[in-house]
Design a protein around this ligand. Sequence first.
Ligand code: UD1
Ligand code: UDP
Length: 360
Amino acid sequence: MSKPLTIVTIVGARPQFIKAAAISRVLRQRHREVLVHTGQHYDASMSAVFFQELDIPEPDVNLAVGSASHGAQTGAMLAGIEEVLLAERPDWTLVYGDTNSTLAGALAAAKLHIPVAHVEAGLRSFNRAMPEEINRVLTDHVSDLLLCPSQTAVDNLAREGITHRVALVGDVMADVLRLAVERADAALPDIPGVESGAYALATVHRAENTDDPARLRGILTGLSSLEMMVIFPVHPRARRAIATIGWTPPDHVRLIEPVGYLSMVALMRSARVILTDSGGVQKEAYWLGVPCVTLRDETEWVETVTHGWNTLVGADPEQIVAAARQPYPSMPRPPLYGDGHAAERCVAALEGVGRLKVEG
Ligand code: UD1
Ligand code: UDP
């Protein structure tokens, strides 16, 4: 048995809280974790609700960086994380996904020669206009352990010359979903007129959609044209953008506050179709067997498309409606992105032991 490690984990945005829920649980069985919340997301519905519902330990440090331009936000995080790393001198810095919090954590650690482990390494959209793509590429290239959810991710890294300390571990979001699904139905939000299996669930938050009024209008027109109820938990970025263009939803499109994870799982699993530009939601739709319409021009989760359960439509209203009207897919839905035990493999990789490969 190796000696217990000290790990500084950096989180800051909604999907990172969810991913950390999987790994923290396993990590803390043997090791010391110092959890740093950058404060990138701070509304209770974007942050606190996930800590409560998913039993994530209270952050040891909250940098309370808040919202700002990319440079100002990432810079403030970098300074704050550096202080923590200098005080802790951990064995590893653990970062998740592709947000500004991810890049700040990875860069701060790499500059101090503290090893960086990246969960969800190797994903690529091949679209450098996405802030997330810049964050991913840079984070992967300063990481010392690359924890990949798919063979595609491993191959992407190999194409960039990264073949050392790459582990195919599966997706930690599958771990969280596996544990949450039983508890989810009790958290189904009470929305008048909602009929199980007969509504669309929509989420929108990508900069490419919210910051481009033409694309945002296209998506909102598409959602308004669906012949079923649309439940739309609205990310604060989208709420602001919708207010800016002055759009009023028709009666059958219900804008609600962002929901907690359990409510989201309940809403996803009873939906007829999911329309989203979220990375996480595309995978969850696949795992739950709900057809997905992705409001983007490309995806990192290409397997969900090639297996016939996800359709890329961009922001074009006609394509959105046509894709949402497709009959329920008849294609098989083989397991993708691991078996729901990725967290154990991540921790084993941090310990430098264990069987790292997982199929799917
Ligand atoms: C960020 C990530 C994105 C990830 C998403 C998950 C970056 C560059 N982007 O996008 O990769 O998919 O989180 O949800 O890191 N806001 C609030 N309250 C909050 C948080 C945000 O009102 O609690 C508003 C602010 O106006 C802010 C805007 O949302 O300016 C955008 O927030 P930000 O964290 O910069 O980017 P996201 O769009 O959330
Ligand atoms: N999610 C949630 N409540 C919501 C919207 C999303 O709990 O109102 C969950 C969703 O199920 C997934 C994660 O948040 O697990 C995805 O986060 P987001 O779409 O913000 O980011 P992305 O995955 O695109 O980086």
